[in-house]
Design a protein around this ligand. Structure first.
Ligand SMILES: O=C(O)C/C(=C\C=C(/O)C(=O)O)C(=O)O
Length: 128
């Protein structure tokens, strides 16, 4: 299952709308054409405890971690990362207006030998 996890510092609550960010990133992942619709899951986690840089209370972060199966070329993974990062940068652009915000993204590959999955969504969506 391609999993896109958004981690964000609690002081960002409401800036931006985190549900809207999840939906925008789901759309972006699907638009690459590299991931099956029934497989993609995007979700966000609020970090209530953090210490950032020089510890100014305004300092904030969003970290994106995208776990995918093996099988895509280096170019496809790069294109995916660039698309996700561009979409996130656009949604989060107001936060770059002051020098207190950091955005990061990493793509990691899942080891097929050490992962297990069972998905009831695929049969429903593959029939469409
Ligand atoms: O291979 C993986 O674990 C990730 C993946 C697809 C996963 C599913 O289709 C699934 O969990 O149903 C991928 O396309 O990267």
């Amino acid at each position: 299952m391609p999993h896109l996890a958004i981690e964000y510092s609690a002081n960002l609550d409401g800036r931006p709308d985190i549900d809207a960010l999840c939906e925008r990133l789901l759309k972006t992942v699907l638009e690459t054409g590299l991931f099956e619709i029934g497989a993609v899951r995007v979700r966000a986690f609020r970090a209530d405890h953090y210490a950032i840089a020089d510890k100014l209370p305004e300092n904030a972060f969003v970290d994106l971690n995208f776990r995918i199966g093996k099988g895509r070329t280096a170019d496809e993974k790069k294109r995916t990362g660039e698309a996700i990062f561009a979409a996130a940068t656009e949604v989060l652009s107001p936060l770059f207006a002051t020098p207190h915000f950091a955005l990061s993204l990493e793509i990691r590959e899942i080891d097929a030998e050490l992962s297990w999955k069972k998905n009831a969504i695929h049969p429903r969506l593959r029939g469409k």
